[in-house]
Design a protein around this ligand. Structure first.
Ligand code: HPA
Ligand code: ZN
Length: 334
């Protein structure tokens, strides 16, 4: 219909998507068979059972427990390539012109998969997506905050050459937010900032943790944007700071509902962020698990908030400005 095609045509950018979270049940079961992976008996047996399991998660941890088992079917470079290529294809159909995507190397290395084939598979898909679809993209490596920072440092060392080659463009922090505050990872962020000043810094904060997680991500990690960040609503002083510094929050409406951060998209502090001039973008997080890609997330917001053309123009413009691409690409996106 009209609303959907209007939202489809907006020049959208994705800033908060975990590639491992795009693993659709059909690909998951196909790879489990191809790689002879025996999934635990508690895991859904087929696509139908997946849709029941994914109807709702108790909280972030309940989802993560499932997500780490799901990704265990990814073994070969082609698996990582196929996963990312399926995502880029879907994103292009949704009218997403630029994607900055997370991956979790520790989730694979822990299971004995080499970090090299993870990065090579994902990077090859990134290049092919640009060649075949004309969309642009960047890889952001995330550290798992439930693992020790020393493991994060080893992970950073293990991908040194991909930083030098400009294949990894950002550093993020994900997994169980509480009780793993940003301050635990000061050295990891410092290492990247000193060695690779062009690499963007972000961190998940203020999804389940309170607004102090956001403040610490800015002060202690030097993050230039914040993933989720919705609990910034708890502090007017923080909102003013985000607005003044144009620090973008990468919101994920359908994720917040599925993980029971809010009961309904309409409860998200989107009007507060708009009124406070806090830039935000609208994103997918783990679309295979949360029931929708970027366009579905835009639709969910439009259905609740009914923004007009000028408001949407401001939202997508903030998304372009908050992207980590160069000014030339930004002007093409507008
Ligand atoms: N939050 C934290 N870690 C994650 C998420 C999330 O929403 N998705 C995948 N890893
Ligand atoms: Zn996330």
């Amino acid at each position: 219909d009209h609303m959907k095609s209007f939202l489809q045509e907006l020049p959208k950018c994705e800033h908060h998507l975990h590639l491992e979270g795009t693993l659709e049940p059909n690909l998951l079961f196909k790879l489990a068979e191809r790689n002879k992976i025996q999934l635990p008996s508690s895991f859904p047996k087929n696509i139908e059972e997946c849709s029941k399991r994914y109807a709702s998660f108790e909280d972030l941890q309940d989802f993560l427990n499932h997500y780490y088992v799901g990704m265990s079917v990814l073994i070969t470079e082609d698996d990582f390539y196929d996963l990312a290529m399926a995502y880029f294809t879907k994103a292009e159909q949704d009218g997403c012109l630029h994607s900055e995507v997370f991956f979790d190397p520790q989730g694979h290395v822990e299971r004995g998969v080499s970090v090299d084939l993870v990065v090579k598979g994902f990077d090859r898909a990134c290049r092919d997506a640009t060649k075949k679809l004309g969309t642009t993209n960047k890889l952001i490596m995330c550290l798992l905050r439930h693992l020790p920072a020393s493991n994060g440092m080893e992970t950073i060392k293990s991908v040194e050459k991909y930083h030098q080659q400009g294949i990894i463009h950002g550093l993020g922090l994900d997994s169980s937010e509480k009780p793993f505050p940003p301050g635990l990872f000061i050295d990891c962020y410092k290492e990247i900032k000193q060695k690779y000043p062009n690499v963007g810094l972000t961190a998940h904060a203020g999804e389940e943790g309170d607004y102090n997680y956001v403040i610490d991500s800015l002060d202690k990690l030097g993050a230039s944007r914040i993933d989720h960040g919705i609990n910034s609503k708890q502090s007017n002083e923080l909102l003013a700071r985000l607005a003044k510094n144009k620090t973008m929050l990468t919101m994920c409406p359908l994720s917040n509902v599925k993980l029971q951060v809010v009961k309904d998209v309409g409860e998200l502090p989107i009007n507060l962020f708009l009124q406070s001039d806090v830039p935000f973008s609208i994103n997918s997080d783990d679309p295979a698990y949360f029931g929708g890609y970027i366009l579905d997330n835009y639709i969910s917001v439009h259905t609740r908030f009914g923004f007009n053309i000028n408001q949407w123009a401001k939202i997508v413009n903030n998304g372009i400005e908050g992207s980590w691409c160069d000014d030339k690409r930004k002007s093409e996106l507008k």
